[in-house]
Structures are given as structure tokens and as C-alpha cells.
Design a protein around this ligand. Structure first.
Ligand code: CA
Length: 244
């Protein structure tokens, strides 16, 4: 599986070599099982406006900025853009609902996966569209020693959310590596699109409610089903991609 994915990637990117030095790791739905809380917050916001909005859609929009999600829904439901005031108010409500929810648990297998990546000598860089202080603050508590200051890309660093490649291009910059020297670890279709648009080999971990086909169609190079599976397979991934 890994060799075939590597060959396909090299052909597609016209790279001669693929030798990762850094893993660019998403946060929501990868390190924390926070998507159910994000989903409930968005559903509450949009239903309060009388919009049609199902759980599934929250997962399809995962990774977009709050403004980007609000614009799509306002255009569809009201045939107009939200005003800046509406964006601030509705995103403020969404963020408060999220903050009031029970703390999102650490994703099972995520600490083991990060430790396995560290053991293979690969740098870890966080790349998230989130600006949720609460989760960002918890990173050092649950994943000590993995993401130091300056090794994170958050909502505060970028102007465009996923699926723009900007967050992952910024991740490459912070890691000091090129696209052929990194691996993206993502759970959401727009995140996968962002990783691929940045030219990076993208491992999808399907931790949510969407079908595998949605993540495959987004263009991931490898599809796994849990962070525990990633932790278990990392030594094999590392061997196949000459990480060690
Ligand atoms: Ca995510």
C-alpha cells in the first residue's frame, strides 16, 4: 500500500525523491476528538437562523474559517453575503457554545502516534485553522514536548483557511522543509485538499462520520481509520518512505 502510494505521489508531483523530515499535523479530529462539539455548535447556530443544516455538512466544511462557512450558508439560504457584524456575532456565538461544552477528549491513539513519529526522528508541526485558545492551551498538557512555540500554524497565522494551501505552505516554512520533505496528517476533506494543493504527501485518518470515499475523492495518498492505526503502522510507513 505505502510503496504504491509513494510511486504515485512522485509521478504526480514530478519529484525524484520523497524523504520526509517533518509531519504537519492537524488538530481537530486528529489530536482531539473535538468535531462532535464543533458540529453541535454549528448546527445550533444555523438552526437558530432557520437554516437547513445537518451534522454531515459540519464535517464537510471542517477546516474552513468561520467566515467562510457563514458566507456559504448565508448565500445558500438567504441569497446574500453576511455583513461583517453578522459574521462577528454568529461566529462569536458558535465559539461560546463550543467553549461551554464538555472538554473534547484526546483522540485515542494520538499520543502514541506522536511518540512513534518522534522516535522516527521526524519533526512535528501543528497546522490548524482553529483559533480556539482552550484547545491550543491543552496541547502542551496532553502532548508534552511535541509542539513548541514557533512550531504551530493557527488561525492567527493565516488569512485563508483550508482548502487553501496557505496553512500547509506556512507549515513547510515553519518546519524549514520543502513539500517533498513533509507528510500531512489530516481527517477532513478540505484539509486533505489543502495538503495536496501544497504538494505534500497526505495521510488521511477517518475519525469522523463521513464515508471513506469522501476522503479518497479529496485526494489523500493513504487512508487510515484511527490514530491508533497510524501509531501501529508508523514504523512501516517510516521504512517505506526512508524516514529512518
Ligand atoms: Ca481536522
Amino acid at each position: 500500500m505505502f510503496q504504491a502510494a509513494k510511486q504515485k505521489y512522485l509521478l504526480e508531483q514530478h519529484f525524484e525523491r520523497f524523504s520526509p523530515k517533518a509531519a504537519l499535523i492537524d488538530m481537530d479530529g486528529v489530536l482531539f476528538d473535538s468535531m462532535p462539539n464543533h458540529c453541535r455548535s454549528w448546527v445550533t447556530v444555523f438552526r437558530s437562523l432557520g437554516f437547513h443544516f445537518e451534522d454531515r455538512e459540519a464535517y464537510l466544511h471542517e477546516g474552513r474559517t468561520g467566515r467562510g462557512t457563514l458566507e456559504i450558508l448565508y448565500r445558500r439560504e438567504l441569497q446574500r453575503d453576511p455583513t461583517d457584524e453578522e459574521v462577528d456575532r454568529m461566529y462569536g456565538i458558535k465559539a461560546r457554545l463550543f467553549d461551554d461544552m464538555p472538554e473534547a477528549p484526546v483522540m485515542p491513539g494520538a499520543p502514541e502516534a506522536l511518540d512513534a513519529i518522534r522516535r522516527s526522528g521526524i519533526d512535528r508541526i501543528l497546522v490548524t485553522g482553529s483559533g480556539q485558545r482552550k484547545l491550543l492551551d491543552r496541547l502542551n498538557l496532553h502532548f508534552p514536548g511535541h509542539f513548541s512555540e514557533g512550531r504551530m500554524v493557527t488561525a492567527f497565522d493565516v488569512t485563508q483557511g483550508k482548502p487553501s494551501p496557505e496553512p500547509y505552505l506556512m507549515g513547510l516554512k515553519k518546519a524549514g522543509v520543502s513539500a517533498g520533505e513533509a507528510v500531512v496528517i489530516e481527517n477532513a476533506p478540505l484539509g486533505i485538499e489543502a495538503g495536496k494543493a501544497a504538494g505534500i504527501f497526505t495521510v488521511a485518518v477517518n475519525t469522523g462520520i463521513l464515508e471513506d470515499e469522501v476522503l479518497l475523492e479529496a485526494g489523500c495518498d493513504v487512508l487510515l481509520h484511527s490514530m491508533s492505526q497510524l501509531a501501529g503502522l508508523w514504523p512501516e510507513i517510516a521504512r517505506n518512505y526512508s524516514l529512518v
